[in-house]
Design a protein around this ligand. Structure first.
Ligand code: RB5
Length: 378
């Protein structure tokens, strides 16, 4: 395997191995994305670091990853929950070599309480230097192919798997279960809710959703002088954010998001359906100049067939934007499947999932036409 950029993450138990491995990688001119943790003084939760490393690989910001905890076990279990990740727990050099040759491992995991830094570096070196047996009739290739098939089989399954923070996680879909959001969604669905209240609710729900959508923003350490002394604190680091409402209903979500993230930039994209081909056509697109350096969040209250959202995401990708999330209020299962299929790298965040679409592609029960209800045009 040709490894160029390696993402690394550790909890307090694996921290001791992190810097020696980074030093070794840098000597080999390999670029390293270091997702922390940055000291071993406080007890942290390894799934947080696993998420950062795996997401970097899934989004192709990094080619492969190294995860470290006390034993290497917790991080390997967590990493293998992510589609496309093949994480191998290695305790000796042979395992490092074979995880490359037999398993095409794109992540290796090591235990800081089970080995010294020299052994860890030797394992990393063996993994890096052993290519996958990719020959035509390779049994290893066949077996890794079977693992990839498992990913595909389960990626669209609508199984609520784990509860993280305030949302239920499905494969690439986060359905928010916070009582405030659920309450406001019920008010929004009510046909007797008038335009003013509807608009306020959309904005409030968007603001509450922004909290979870930004859960994986990277942090960096800062020292802040308080009136009483120095606090070792954290601020948001790295990539910047942008919102892209799909015209026109997506506009209703912008204010709420900006209330929590006032520094974000806002682009706009407008689509119409070609009456002949029925394909979405872009009629307007204005994005921040540095959009491809930002995490861009596409906003559209209703994910029905997924056609426009998929096209909008495609148009953003055509402009070189690679980090994209989709936030909607109500998503139909068909729309989720469409986005998962067309853009498996894009996470979907929604406040409710509805079963069906009617013949006119409206979500049922849904909430009606979000654009009309927002702007009082019907
Ligand atoms: C943390 O104390 C420890 O449980 C963790 O580093 C890891 O060993 C879990 O598998």
């Amino acid at each position: 395997m040709f490894k160029v950029i390696i993402a690394i993450g550790a909890d307090h138990g694996g921290f001791i191995l992190k810097q020696p491995i980074i030093d070794f990688l840098k000597k080999r001119n390999i670029e390293v994305m270091d997702f922390g943790t940055f000291d071993d003084q406080s007890s942290v939760d390894y799934p947080d670091y696993v998420q950062k490393v795996c997401k970097a690989i899934i989004k192709k910001d990094a080619d492969t990853g190294i995860l470290l905890c006390g034993t290497g076990i917790g991080v390997s279990i967590a990493a293998n929950k992510y589609p496309g990740i093949r994480a191998a727990l290695c305790t000796n050099v042979d395992m490092g070599r074979l995880s490359g040759q037999h398993n095409n491992a794109n992540v290796i995991t090591l235990g800081g309480r089970l080995m010294d830094a020299e052994t860890a570096v030797s394992i990393v070196s063996a993994w890096l230097d052993t290519p996958f047996d990719n020959s035509e009739h390779s049994r290893h290739k066949r077996r890794v192919g079977m693992i990839d098939e498992l990913d595909k089989r389960y990626i669209n399954q609508e199984i609520k798997q784990t509860k993280t923070g305030g949302c239920q996680t499905m494969q690439r879909v986060f359905e928010f279960d916070h009582p405030l959001i659920q309450h406001k969604i019920s008010l929004l669905r009510d046909k007797n809710t008038g335009t003013k209240e509807f608009r306020e609710l959309v904005s409030e729900i968007a603001m509450l959703m922004a909290y979870e959508v930004t859960r994986d923003l990277p942090l960096m350490d800062v020292d802040v002088e308080t009136p009483m002394g120095i606090a070792h604190s954290k601020v948001i680091a790295g990539k910047k954010l942008g919102f892209v409402p799909i015209l026109r209903a997506g506009l209703g979500m912008v204010d709420g998001m900006l209330r929590l993230l006032p520094m974000a930039k806002v682009g706009h994209i407008g689509l119409y359906r070609d009456p002949q081909t029925l394909e979405p056509v872009e009629y307007y697109c204005k994005l921040p100049v540095d959009a491809n350096e930002r995490d861009m969040v596409v906003l559209d209250p209703m994910l029905a067939t997924g056609g426009s959202a998929s096209a909008a995401i495609g148009f953003l990708k055509d402009r070189g934007i690679s980090s994209i999330k989709l936030v909607c209020l109500i998503a139909a299962k068909a729309g989720i499947e469409r986005i998962n299929k067309d853009h498996p790298d894009v996470d979907i965040y929604c406040a409710a999932i509805d079963e069906v679409l009617n013949d006119h592609a409206y979500i049922v029960p849904g909430l009606g036409d979000a654009g009309d209800r927002l702007f009082g045009t019907k």
